[in-house]
Ligand binder design. Structure first.
Ligand SMILES: Nc1ncnc2c1ncn2[C@@H]1O[C@H](COP(=O)(O)OP(=O)(O)OP(=O)(O)O)[C@@H](O)[C@H]1O
Length: 725
């Protein structure tokens, strides 16, 4: 005798008219209307938070899958929708009627959803062959599992009859072998279907992730930097949700359709009266489910906000752990976190109460239905209208139909989630970057020319109406080195950002060799610029791969030559030299800066944009960095724009421009500016000039500004001497 796990599912979705609105409704997380509903996660910078899954529509009878051999009987555990992803799916239309809440009335929104659906379907196209085979296998396994109630009924009749007859004149042994083969075939088909669907899903997810990542990398920096977490969640979570919606959910959906329709057909065939009796419980349970779903949706929105708040608190403290520990603020932080956790908990409590009432009610009505079926069915059996086996089969088909329809609601909600996640992903995939990396004409890497900032006005896209640069005019000749100095926030780094075309001016233009740099492809233009940022980023990998970042074809000789030029002698002293893994070595600020200079020099750039670190380096490091910068500044081929903070760097530049509140207020050589009484430069650099003067005095030289000599002396003087010689 087959021991069939039984779960009576009372579902509100026996009628399509009820099913459709409900399906839309339950697209909201976290009401995942199945007994083994997936847990849902909230993605955050800290990782992801998981909430326990909820049971929906299940009665109190112990349950397992209605399809014993089917691994997909617990497909929900394979589905990991997220709050974040599904939020998009449930973006509510304006409140008008209950129907308008279920069906989006906003044309743009539904248009987006339709287009997202088409694009998701297109994603599945390359996988049509494995998916087609999987659907074939699904039909095989579903047919086998749908024959189980029928077989059980026949077995009961067989064993309870005095002179039983096996259909088709088979012997008991033959019938057993046929059944065994059938179940084996069903299980094999199920295994094949699961494998094919999962692999296809993973391939779709992989393709989607790669395309999304590439699309994110093409965007202007502002877009990604301001919404970094968002891009990451699209990459990790939304792509999975989309992948699942075209494979796993599709498979479940088809299976549920087969189960529900075949089961209902079999029930009507066995006993139309009993089938109608079962269908009477549907309307009240459907209504209850709608209200329960609405309540859960509202709760889930609040929970999402509360979780976001909780995550923010934790993130802030964990990212500043040094400060927290230094101030012994652990308890304070724990208190803040406790408060947020409490909010989440109180929402969870409300949900637990609602779930308890709902499941209690559905369980009760399920069991009452079962009793009614048994009672009325029993009288039919006693009247000889149906056999005991028929009644058993009918009860089991009830389970199948219930499960099938319940799965169908999950299927619709998953599809809605997939469409929602798809909208987010396709928004990014289709987004035209504000500064497209490949639009324009390429710049010849050997081209040299004057750089001009012409009446440049600039404000950051995120801070409109806050003018950072105001009518800025600056000309830098080929091979010239210009140091930009100014108080913090005066706009120095913004000049470099404009040069790099991370942004475009609001008004005015930046030209190179007489041509607006907006005419060049940003990729080729950036290739012509060597950048040394304020806080150089080193990536996971070796020192060599870091120097060759952006130049993957560079030879070891070229890498070493660039390192030598940038005074990276410390690399030769490391046990693994250029093959030293960055993560395994702790590099000082000066060393990182020199590696960044080497990286920039390897490009043999036409322009070098150096943003000097504000933090002070130790004397040796500073000397080595300055020496490296010095070599670059001497170059007659490289135009240098240096955002400078240290007097030792500033003094090396041929020309200094002083920036104040987005405007150039002074310009001249070091000597001119330092000797101009009351100059903005002297005011700005007073502290450093005093120190330098003090050092000169200590060394027995005059304390006048004029003779302040820094290491090798101001660059312009040396160049003049070179010219005289
Ligand atoms: N991405 C950004 N979005 C919005 N505002 C920004 C952005 N980057 C900088 N700012 C603002 O623009 C102004 C100029 O910044 P910028 O970094 O160019 O100044 P800076 O002179 O280089 O300062 P520092 O010497 O401290 O690096 C500042 O008020 C800064 O807060």
């Amino acid at each position: 005798m087959l021991a069939l796990p039984v779960r009576i599912i009372v579902t509100p979705t026996l009628r399509p008219a009820v099913l459709r609105p409900l399906a839309r409704h339950v697209s909201s997380p976290p009401c995942l209307h199945r007994a083994d509903a997936p847990s849902w996660r909230v993605s955050s910078r800290l990782g992801s938070l998981r909430l326990p899954s909820r049971r929906c529509f299940a009665t109190s009878l112990p349950s397992r899958s209605p399809e014993p051999s089917s691994p997909t009987s617990a497909p929900a555990s394979e589905t990991k929708p997220t709050q974040q992803a599904s939020t998009q799916a449930e973006a509510s239309p304006p409140r008008r009627s209950i129907w308008s809440r279920f069906f989006p009335s906003n044309a743009q929104e539904s248009g987006k959803s339709a287009s997202s659906f088409r694009k998701i379907a297109a994603l599945a196209l390359p996988e049509r062959k494995p998916l087609g085979i999987a659907i074939g296998l699904l039909l095989v396994s579903s047919t086998v599992s749908m024959s189980v109630p029928f077989t059980i009924g026949k077995l009961i009749d067989y064993f309870s009859t005095v002179n039983p007859a096996i259909p088709f004149g088979l012997s008991t042994g033959q019938a057993s072998v046929i059944l065994l083969l059938m179940f084996t075939a069903g299980a094999t088909a199920n295994a094949g279907r699961t494998m094919l669907m999962r692999l296809a899903g993973q391939r779709i997810v992989a393709r989607l992730r790669e395309r999304t990542y590439a699309a994110a990398l093409r965007q202007e920096v502002e877009f990604v930097e301001k919404g970094e977490g968002d891009v990451l969640s699209r990459l990790s979570v939304d792509s999975s949700v989309v992948g699942e919606s075209v494979t796993q959910n599709l498979s479940d959906g088809l299976r549920s359709v087969v189960m529900a329709s075949a089961g209902l057909g079999a029930m009507l065939y066995i006993s139309p009266q009993l089938t109608l009796l079962m269908l009477t419980v549907v309307p009240p349970v459907s209504l209850g489910a709608v209200f329960y779903g609405r309540y859960l949706k509202k709760l889930s929105n609040h929970t999402q906000e509360a979780l976001g708040d909780m995550t923010k608190v934790a993130q802030e403290a964990l990212s500043a752990l040094r400060t927290v520990q230094a101030f012994n603020a652990n308890k304070q932080e724990e208190g803040k976190f406790h408060e947020r956790v409490g909010t989440v908990l109180s929402l969870a409590r409300k949900e637990a109460i609602a779930s308890g009432i709902f499941f209690g009610a559905t369980g009760w009505s399920g069991n009452v239905t079962l009793l009614a079926l048994l009672g009325y069915g029993g009288t039919l059996v006693s009247r000889g209208a149906i056999t005991m086996g028929d009644l058993t089969s009918l009860l089991l088909y009830t389970v199948y139909v219930g499960n099938g329809l319940q799965m169908l609601t999950t299927f619709f909600s998953s599809i809605m989630r997939g469409i929602g996640a798809g909208v987010r992903i396709f928004d990014l995939l289709d987004r035209a970057p504000a500064i497209p990396p490949d639009a324009g004409v390429p710049v010849d890497p050997s081209r040299r020319g004057v750089i001009r900032f012409e009446h440049v006005w600039f404000e950051y896209p995120t801070r409109r109406n806050v003018q950072i640069l105001k009518d800025l005019n600056l000309e830098i000749r080929v091979g010239e080195s210009v140091a930009i100095v100014g108080a913090s926030g005066s706009g120095k780094s913004s000049i470099n950002s404009l040069l790099m075309r991370f942004y475009d001016p609001v008004r005015g233009k930046v030209t190179f060799d007489g041509q607006d740099i907006r005419e060049f492809t940003p990729s080729s233009w950036r290739h012509a610029i060597g950048v040394v940022p304020q806080d150089p980023i080193l990536f996971t990998g070796t020192i060599a791969s870091n120097i060759a970042y952006g130049n993957p074809d560079a030879t070891r000789e070229q890498i070493e030559a660039a390192a030598r030029e940038a005074n990276c002698e410390f690399v030769w002293g490391m046990p693994h030299g250029f093959d030293t893994e960055i993560g395994r070595s702790s590099l000082s600020g000066g060393q990182r800066q020199r590696l960044a200079i080497a990286r920039a020099l390897l490009k043999k750039p036409a322009i070098l944009a150096l943003d000097e670190a504000t933090s002070s380096l130790d004397a040796t490091s500073e000397h080595r960095v300055n020496d490296a910068i010095d070599k670059i500044l001497r170059s007659r081929q490289t135009t240098c724009l240096v955002v400078a903070h240290r007097l030792s760097t500033i003094a090396r530049a041929e020309r200094i421009v002083v920036l104040e509140d987005g405007r150039i207020v002074e310009s001249g050589t070091y000597r001119q500016l330092v000797n101009t009484e009351g100059s903005r430069f002297r005011h700005l650099m007073a502290a450093q000039l005093d120190t330098a003067a003090g050092e000169s005095l200590a060394a027995g030289r005059s304390a006048e500004f004029e003779p302040v000599r820094l290491d090798d002396g101001p660059m312009q003087e040396r160049r003049q001497q070179e010219a005289t010689l």
